[in-house]
Design a protein around this ligand. Structure first.
Ligand SMILES: [Zn+2]
Length: 304
């Protein structure tokens, strides 16, 4: 089963030719989740050849325009394209009414159903359970109610060891039995326990954390995450401005990644004022070496 993350928009506040507004897509075995939907997201989906009809869940972090003003347009396009699959939308409670008013004025009845899930918890709470993954929402620290999200794979079926197959060349029917948990019975009657010839793959995880000021409790909520996407609107010389605006700096994002023992950090929501990106990234790498800067269209593959 594949697991990848594609950054569609990595800029802050207003779009530029280099960076679109906040939107990130995850693909777990062709089930797509969209995190935020800034203005222009539809075009980014097309540009980066994402099959948007496979989006099943849309998560909106907060109601600043650069994170959701593209949503109504995307919903309208789904209707024009005769979408039939239900769509789950998760966001702060006022979003439901905002969407209702916008859609009612242009469409009598959508071609598909939408299921709205209000986020109003002040603690870590599972909000979505799909066949292969769960998504948990948790509060961040910003200028209005804002949620971060942790997407985590469910426990996957045990895999049969390649070494065992090479050594014993079991028939396909036996491999199916082993996958379902049975021991292997050799032609001479000897039994090899299932635990010795199968293994569990790790449950991969991705955390989406923007927008937020430096918020140390976040580290505990995303502990050991495989890929942390954390905002870094500013470099650290603007640490006071960042606090005032409810945003983070490079060093603060890297500090959260380090505290969380994340495996990898991607920085996003970059202010368009920064041109010297090597300096930007190095500031974070001094604290957390496994840091990279997200770019529009960049895909990180956690599992092929
Ligand atoms: Zn914001």
């Amino acid at each position: 089963m594949g697991f990848s993350v594609t950054f569609l928009g990595t800029g802050a506040a207003t779009p530029s030719l280099e960076r679109g507004l906040s939107a990130t897509i995850t693909n777990i075995d062709q089930t797509l989740c969209l995190f935020d939907c800034g203005e222009g997201t539809q075009l980014q989906l097309k540009k980066f050849q994402i099959k948007s009809s496979n989006i099943q869940h849309i998560f909106i972090s907060h109601l600043h325009g650069d994170h959701f003003f593209g949503l109504v347009g995307l919903l309208f396009t789904f209707h024009i394209n005769h979408r039939k699959n239900p769509l789950h939308i998760y966001g702060p409670p006022p979003l439901k009414e905002i969407l209702r008013i916008q859609m009612e004025m242009s469409v009598k009845e959508l071609s598909y159903s939408t299921i709205f899930h209000s986020l109003n918890s002040d603690h870590f709470m599972e909000v979505c359970e799909d066949e292969k993954f769960t998504v948990t929402a948790f509060p961040l620290q910003h200028r209005l109610p804002t949620y971060g999200f942790l997407l985590k794979e469910k426990v996957r079926p045990r895999k049969v060891s390649h070494q065992f197959i090479e050594n014993y060349h079991p028939p396909y029917t036996d491999i199916i039995r082993i996958k379902s948990g049975e021991d292997y019975v050799m032609p001479n009657g000897q039994i090899i326990p299932n635990q010795e010839i199968t293994f569990l793959e790790p449950q991969l995880s991705f955390a989406y954390c923007l927008d937020t000021a430096f918020y140390p409790p976040l580290a505990e909520m995303v502990k050991n995450v495989d890929l942390l996407y954390h905002e870094a609107t500013f470099m650290h010389d603007n640490v006071e401005l960042a606090a005032e605006k409810g945003h983070s700096t490079t060093i603060q994002a890297a500090t959260i990644a380090k505290m969380a023992s994340a495996k990898r950090l991607m920085l996003g929501h970059i202010s368009s004022r920064y041109r010297d990106l090597p300096s930007f990234i190095n500031e974070a790498r001094n604290i957390f070496p496994e840091t990279d800067l997200a770019e529009d269209g960049m895909t990180i593959t956690l599992r092929k």
